[in-house]
Design a binder for this molecule. Structure first.
Ligand code: ADP
Length: 338
């Protein structure tokens, strides 16, 4: 199997261990998002893969060849950062073709390839523009085209969308996925944003405090978070534990003996539902009504109701559980049920 392999990689800054014993495989052609809160070590991990930080112990290899001692510019990897870092005095075409010209690629070939790349990132017709005349999203597209120009065997993306506003971020995340798939590039992206990870990647690795806590295909990680902290980090709104989880699990007919993570939309207002509660808030969104419900013994929970439903604070409501919007979480310490 080709691709990137990390074996027990540890990276230190003097006494601080920023990455501890991380083992991870990224098959050629796959897109992996390393997801974790700020300071968990994900940029350090990416920099170590790039050869910008020395590895204190462990090994990094690509296509079976050890990268220890291989300098950054001989790894065949490309890097793209948050702010793109375009050359301000060069137009878009010259930015994208920069590395090709350095390699003394014939002019006609550079121009053909630049045209192809601008097409790929949705910027055909932008060749003569200067970076200062572009929007943030357009600049990141140029940076991406520039990174792909040399056909890297691996592209490393460090929070590539985080400098953009929310709407643009969502659109560019979907485009980024398409562009990476079309180019067939192997990619490792670090991000603290789970929506971004889900939109772009097909595999995910969750880091916390320097450790890799879980990795696998996105759907698997999503459906089976290893612990409550990971579930929250993946965007689950509530994790019920112990007796509370048991109560919900038995109401929903789910497998007992595990804790239960709930998305905001896991509970649905439904007169025939098994749980009874009292609405404490109601907020209409374009898709649905979001309702806060106090359930005896379980506290305040998020629920949703179809648009057009009439639910007001103080109303008695019944809830059903949409099992597809929940995930079992392995129970940590054994708990004593009351
Ligand atoms: P993330 O990318 O997840 O936000 P980083 O990899 O940037 O995390 O940082 C991991 C830890 O290493 C943090 O505690 C951070 O303060 C520390 N760190 C990062 N870069 C350096 C550096 N150049 N020198 C010393 N400590 C650093």
């Amino acid at each position: 199997m080709g691709g990137l392999v990390l074996r027990d990689v540890t990276v230190r800054y003097d006494d601080l261990v920023a990455v501890r014993d991380v083992s991870l495989a990224l098959p050629a052609g796959a897109v992996l998002a390393v997801l974790g809160p700020s300071g968990c070590g994900k940029s350090t991990l990416l920099r170590a893969v790039a050869g910008l930080e020395p590895v204190a112990s462990g090994a990094i290899s690509y296509d079976g060849a050890d990268l220890g001692g291989v300098p950054t510019h001989h790894r065949g990897f490309a890097l793209m950062f948050q702010d793109g870092q375009l050359f301000a005095h060069l137009d878009v075409a010259r930015n994208v073709g920069y590395a090709l010209r350095l390699r003394r690629t014939p002019r006609a070939e550079v121009s053909r390839r630049v045209g192809e790349l601008l097409e790929l990132v949705g910027l055909a017709g932008y060749a003569d523009r200067l970076p200062a005349t572009l929007s943030g999203g357009e600049r990141q597209r140029v940076a991406l085209a520039r990174a792909l120009a040399v056909e890297p065997r691996l592209i490393l993306l460090d929070e590539p969308l985080s400098a953009l506003d929310a709407t643009l971020r969502t659109r560019l995340a979907t485009d980024l996925r398409e562009i990476l798939r079309t180019a067939g590039t192997t990619a490792l992206m670090v991000t603290h944003d789970h929506d971004e990870a889900f939109a772009v990647a097909d595999r995910i690795a969750v880091m916390r405090a320097g450790h890799l806590v879980q990795d696998g295909p996105i759907g698997e990680v999503w459906q089976h978070p290893v612990d409550a902290d990971t579930a929250y980090f993946l965007g689950y709104a509530t994790v019920l534990t112990g007796a509370e989880a048991d109560r919900m699990v038995s109401s929903a007919g789910l497998v007992p003996g595990q804790d239960l993570a709930l998305r905001r939309s896991a509970l649905v207002v439904d007169d025939a539902g098994p749980l009874a509660g009292t609405a404490i808030s109601a907020l209409a969104t374009p898709e649905q009504l979001r309702v806060g419900v106090e359930v005896a013994g379980l506290g305040a929970l998020h629920a949703v109701a179809p648009l057009g439903s009439h639910v007001a604070p103080g109303d008695a409501v019944r809830l059903r559980i949409d099992a597809s919007r929940t995930a079992p979480v392995p129970r940590g310490d054994p708990r004593v049920s009351p």
